[in-house]
Structures are given as structure tokens and as C-alpha cells.
Design a protein around this ligand. Structure first.
Ligand code: PLP
Length: 287
């Protein structure tokens, strides 16, 4: 249980932490966020997460609430106070508190919240057993590259997956091509052993884990294609998996009613997960 949350300049007991009812994040989902993995008390890929935070903010015409250095110091202090070793650091910046009006307030300070969450990464069967995903229409806006807190379509999709007994929902564009999961990037491995994931653009979030996995794949000499793939191609792929800050590399063993490979995590997915774990715990240098 996290003991403290950082809210607008103060470290507050988690159960007392609150924001104003006219925070624009609450009223308009007018804000952005980041999720940074913590392994053995250390952040994973902190630099790229802060790069993406800065980019998301600039794409929605918001300034960084303070310098990156100070944000990092607050994050470290919160991790220390909460004594969290494995889990995540959550950072959210909204446009701040102002009387409700769609137009941006002329003068308001961005609101900053940070929390931590403990996650027991070691005892998660998803890594060893793999997971099921379902496919659903992508109903989101056209700027999915911005990590906005406006996540209602993602929540609807994830709940639909949960109701179907699946881990994730892969969202599909109007051409029948997979964009990404509701909180993860989507990957397949072809029967020729080529790694495939959708290319960067406004259609998907530029996953930090995706980026690291691509770097590892290149270093390991794995052939890869950054291109869209269809649901049909995914269902007949040799392997499939998802990546995210908290899913790492999670093998996918079923897509809708189609069993992937022999129904167990594929060899390349398992190797990528092992390399990524080495990277996270510092025993592998990458990039
Ligand atoms: N795509 C979406 C829609 C996400 O919400 C996330 C993470 O939350 C990702 C992809 C994976 O991004 P990352 O690897 O940076 O966690």
C-alpha cells in the first residue's frame, strides 16, 4: 500500500490526497501522464518516459510544470518515502484548476500528481503461461501518439476483454489492421521468424518498451518489420505478444478463438522477455 502521494507541491498521506473539483483533468480529461516501471527501486527507461511526457505536454500546448530535474527528484523522493522497490511510478500533469470553460484558462498553473504502486512482477503467470486477447474496433481519437489521460475508449475495451476472460483487447482500424492494445503495443512473429509491429505515427502510442525491444532485437540480429498487420495475419502468426511498462513482453497464446502457435508462449517471445528482464535489472546494456 503506497503511503504517500505527491499533489501540487506536497507529499500527502495517500488516503487524504485529492485534487480540486474544477481541475481540468477531472472535468475535461485535459492532461497527460506517464507510467515508469520500478525494478529493485530503480526506474526503467526514465529518460525516454520524460521525453515522451515533454512531447505529450507540448502537443497539447502545456508547459512542463517544473524542470525535468526537479520532477525526477520528486519522483525519487516519493519512491523513497513509499519504500517501493518493484512496481510503477505514475506521473500526471493537467492544465490545472479553473472555472469550467472549454477554452484554456488565461492564467493557471498546471497540476502535478505523482503516485507509486507496488507490483509483484515475480509471481505473474501471464509471463510463463501467456494470455488471450480479443479484437475490437478502434474507437479512439486520431492523436493516439499523445499519452492523454482521456482513456474512456481504452477502459471500455479493456473491460470488454476482461468480460471475455482475456487480458487485452487489440484495437483494429477501419482497414482491418491492428493498431495496438488498450494499454500495450501489439506484436507478431511471422512463420519466417520476422518480428512485426506497427510503425510509429499518430495511430499508436510510441511505447517506450516497444522502443527498447526494437533496440534489443536489432542487437540480437532479429529480422524485423515496422508495418501494420491484419487480424487474419495475427491469427495465423507463429507467435504474438504485447509490450508495455508493466506487461514487459507478455506472450499472447490466443487471439479471439484462434490459438497462436501451439498455444504456449513462443520461443522468440520468451527470449525477448528474458533479454528485457536482464535489461531492467541492469545486467544487459542496450543502445
Ligand atoms: N499503447 C497504449 C495505448 C498504452 O496505454 C501503453 C501504455 O500504457 C502502451 C501502448 C505501451 O507503452 P509503454 O511501453 O511506454 O508502457
Amino acid at each position: 500500500m503506497a503511503r504517500f502521494a505527491y499533489v501540487n507541491g506536497r507529499y500527502l498521506p495517500h488516503r487524504l490526497a485529492a485534487v480540486h473539483i474544477e481541475d481540468r483533468g477531472y472535468q475535461f480529461a485535459d492532461g497527460v501522464y506517464e507510467v515508469v516501471t520500478l525494478v529493485a527501486g530503480q526506474t526503467v527507461d526514465e529518460g525516454p518516459h520524460f521525453d515522451r511526457l515533454e512531447r505529450s505536454l507540448s502537443e497539447v500546448a502545456m508547459a512542463m510544470p517544473m524542470s525535468r530535474r526537479v520532477l525526477q527528484l520528486i519522483g525519487r523522493e516519493l519512491i523513497r518515502r513509499n519504500g517501493v522497490r518493484d512496481g510503477l511510478l505514475y506521473i500526471q500533469v493537467t492544465r490545472g484548476v479553473a472555472p469550467r470553460d472549454h477554452r484554456f484558462p488565461v492564467q493557471t498553473r498546471p497540476a502535478l500528481v505523482m503516485t507509486t504502486k507496488y507490483i509483484d512482477f515475480a509471481s505473474q503467470p501471464k509471463f510463463s503461461d501467456g494470455v488471450a486477447v480479443i479484437t475490437i474496433p478502434d474507437q479512439r481519437w486520431t492523436r493516439r501518439d499523445i499519452k492523454t489521460i482521456s482513456l474512456l475508449p481504452n477502459c471500455l475495451g479493456k473491460q470488454q476483454a476482461a468480460d471475455a476472460g482475456a487480458y487485452e483487447a487489440w484495437q483494429v482500424d477501419t482497414d482491418g489492421l491492428v493498431t495496438e492494445g488498450t494499454s500495450s503495443n501489439a506484436w507478431i512473429v511471422t512463420s519466417e521468424g520476422r518480428l512485426v509491429t506497427r510503425q510509429l505515427g499518430n495511430e499508436i502510442l510510441h511505447g517506450v518498451t516497444r522502443r527498447t525491444i526494437l533496440t534489443i532485437a536489432v542487437e540480437e540480429g532479429i529480422e524485423l518489420d515496422e508495418r501494420p498487420f491484419s487480424v487474419d495475419e495475427a491469427k495465423t502468426a507463429a507467435e504474438a505478444f504485447v509490450t508495455s511498462a508493466t506487461s514487459f513482453v507478455t506472450p499472447v497464446v490466443r487471439i479471439d478463438d484462434a490459438v497462436i502457435g501451439d498455444g504456449t508462449p513462443g520461443p522468440l517471445s520468451r527470449r525477448l522477455l528474458a533479454w528485457y528482464r536482464d535489461y531492467m535489472n541492469g545486467s544487459r546494456q542496450t543502445g
